[in-house]
Design a protein around this ligand. Sequence first.
Ligand code: TXD
Length: 316
Amino acid sequence: MARKKIALIGGGQIGGVLAQLCATRELGDVILFDVVEGMPQGKTLDISEAAPVDGFDICLKGANSYEEIAGADLIVVTAGLPRKPGMSRDDLIATNSKIMQSVAEGIKQHAPNAFVIVISNPLDAMVTLCQRITGFPKNRVMGMAGVLDSARFAAFIAWELGVSVKDVNAMVLGGHGDDMVPLVRYANVFGIPVMELLEKKYKSAEKAKEVMDAMVKRTANAGGEVVGLLKTGSAFFSPASCAVSMAEAILRDQRRVLPVCALLEGEYGVNGYYVGVPCILGANGIEQVIEINLNAEEQALMNESVSHVKALVDSL
Ligand code: TXD
């Protein structure tokens, strides 16, 4: 079977890690595209020279022209500036919208059949722009944010309870902003509700809620926490890992159930906006949006998060 072709648009902090992860997992041949001359060529040559040690046979190539992405099966877009301390994701919208315009036009022209995973911030707005400009069907254009936000929530739960990260399931829905929605009621460890485990650990429902509230707050602020520590940019190892899990689900038709920033057309009472919701990811990209039951409190949080997405997108 012919190897898949993956194009990574943006060869910066996340792009470089994406290239190495796609290589070590042998997901397909990699084209690393960037506007900076030489940088993507240098990074792909560097990664390639470890092939004898890492044991992958896929090919990586740097590119500065969109012709090189021709025929890509899957594209991941990280082109755009990251936040600096004190900046919100929304502060990036003007600059990154201009960048997304050129990126989406390049994709439309040279890789018209590709699946596209957008990472650039502000995510909900950038993925919207990408879909509008490419005109690709909604199953082929999606955003990565929920997998990262959910991973952060799950990591905090695992560390708090002293259990393996492998047994924690935690879901964060809504927009990729400070009002994202970690769904406490659905969080579990091997099926056991997290709140039940916290109440057993602290022998107090009140203390359990206090601890959970702190983890929910830390999840919503986790991106800013890393930005504050790095000072020079935002998280890049974890976003790359999360995007690769989505890419693998599509390229290997795994039918994973993951939180995906997807274009909703009626689901969750939302019409015409991209929002993070549980989806089945497989060979056709977004195979299905899963509508879960939300109680009144959860629905109110979701509505608030969606209203922020709408305001951001309507400002485009
Ligand atoms: O969960 C999420 N979705 C977020 C997304 C998690 C973390 C970071 N998030 C956002 O991803 C971040 O706010 C940025 O908007 C993107 C990329 O973050 P990264 O840390 O990789 O930024 P870099 O290192 O600055 O890389 C961006 C690259 C850089 O090499 C530029 O030269 C390139 O983008 N760039 C372009 N590439 C193609 N085309 C154009 N026009 C262009 N302009 C800049």
